[in-house]
Design a protein around this ligand. Structure first.
Ligand code: AMP
Ligand code: ZN
Length: 109
């Protein structure tokens, strides 16, 4: 499968990794939409949250968010996951966008 995030998870493509364990990984987005824009992925390939996610992987990405927040001493953040083309998803490997370092005046929800 030609998936860029699978390649990052396997270390075949470089990324600025913030945190990693055996099930999940966090790395900086190459096209940041905020001063700090980090992507959190499960190492196992899922397209998006429409898929049935193994409980361990679901917990792993949430734990990964907490580890990033703690290690970077983040005080507030916004977490987004685009699921499907209609929502703007471009990379079809499940990921959470963690955005912080600026105000978020335009609330979408
Ligand atoms: P989405 O539109 O929700 O699928 O988000 C995909 C995100 O992946 C975008 O914000 C891209 O900037 C980011 N991205 C694509 N390729 C890479 C890469 N090689 N390393 C880091 N981020 C990437
Ligand atoms: Zn993948």
């Amino acid at each position: 499968m030609n998936c860029i995030f699978c390649k990052i998870a396997k270390g075949e493509i470089n990324a600025r990794v913030v945190y990693e364990n055996d099930k999940a990984m966090a790395f900086y987005d190459i096209n940041p939409q905020a001063p700090i824009h980090i992507l959190i992925i499960p190492k196992k390939h899922y397209e998006n949250l429409f898929e049935e996610i193994d409980k361990e992987d679901a917990m792993a990405i949430l734990d990964c968010v907490k580890s990033v927040v703690k290690s970077l001493n983040i005080q507030h953040y916004r977490l987004v996951s685009n699921a499907g083309k209609g929502a703007g998803q471009e990379v079809f490997h499940l990921h959470l966008h963690l955005l912080t370092g600026r105000e978020f005046p335009a609330k979408t929800v």
